[in-house]
Design a protein around this ligand. Structure first.
Ligand SMILES: [Zn+2]
Length: 249
């Protein structure tokens, strides 16, 4: 079991390293496959030794080996978080259909959230990836999975679209597309759990920002990270929450 989990963790680190490339390149409309990785400071092409997840960063003390420019610790954070998330998802769900869905969803959401925090945009490529891969995977899922996913996508997209229109830009088109993809992956019940927690967390953080930073209500707060946090809660606790809730009826 330890060997399996180590393998899962290392796979997560490697995938996290790829997510770093996506986070860095997608907002700038660069290809995520070519050119090969290079230092953002000196543009030196990086070799295999420079690209070992976590290890390279620690050995080189967070600096480029060629020019010494500081590399953001966020690269390390993304790799470690992805590794830990992979282990948690596999631990909770084992090796089954849903595990693949949740792993893919996690990767897309982590990428979308960090780009949203940096640039206040959610690249269409990420939402499109979720919609297309979600529909394909659900089509191969258990009976009813595809229908559940389609309803989830339409419900999530529809609700946020109404909010986007009502709030006149407070909620962006990027959020509408992202939640459509999330809904397809989660199905409509977990999607509702996701939305519920997204809005609670979003309100709390928004309130905190207004108090601490004296921002007014008009300040745009990227909503992608809240949708993502809601989705992660739905993945791990959604079914329990739904079961609890249903016992009240
Ligand atoms: Zn460099």
């Amino acid at each position: 079991m330890l060997a399996v989990m180590t393998f899962v963790f290392i796979t997560g680190l490697v995938v996290g390293s790829f997510l770093n490339v996506c986070i860095y390149r997608l907002p700038n409309n660069q290809s995520i496959v070519s050119p090969p990785s290079h230092c953002p400071g000196c543009h030196q092409r990086l070799g295999v030794l420079d690209l070992i997840p976590v290890v390279s960063y620690l050995v080189q003390k967070g600096k480029c080996r060629y020019c010494g420019v500081k590399i953001s610790p966020r690269y390390l954070f993304v790799e470690l978080l992805t590794g830990i998330a992979f282990v948690l998802i596999v631990t909770v769900f084992g090796f089954q259909f849903q595990t693949l869905l949740y792993v893919l969803l996690f990767c897309a959401l982590l990428t979308a959230s960090l780009i949203d925090l940096d640039y206040q945009i959610i690249p269409d490529q990420i939402s499109l990836f979720l919609v297309v891969s979600g529909l394909i995977l659900q089509a191969f899922g258990p009976p009813g999975a595809l229908m559940n996913g389609v309803i989830g996508g339409l419900l999530g997209g529809g609700l946020l679209l109404v909010l986007a229109i009502l709030s006149r830009g407070g909620m962006g088109g990027g959020d509408v597309k992202l939640i459509t993809g999330i809904g397809i992956f989660l199905g409509w019940q977990l999607l509702l759990v996701c939305l519920f927690f997204s809005f609670i967390i979003g309100s709390l953080v928004g309130l905190a920002l207004i108090i601490v930073q004296n921002k007014d209500m008009k300040t745009a707060v990227p909503f992608g990270p809240f949708l993502s946090a809601g989705a992660i809660i739905a993945i791990f606790y959604g079914q329990q929450i739904i079961d609890k809730y249903l016992t009240y009826f």
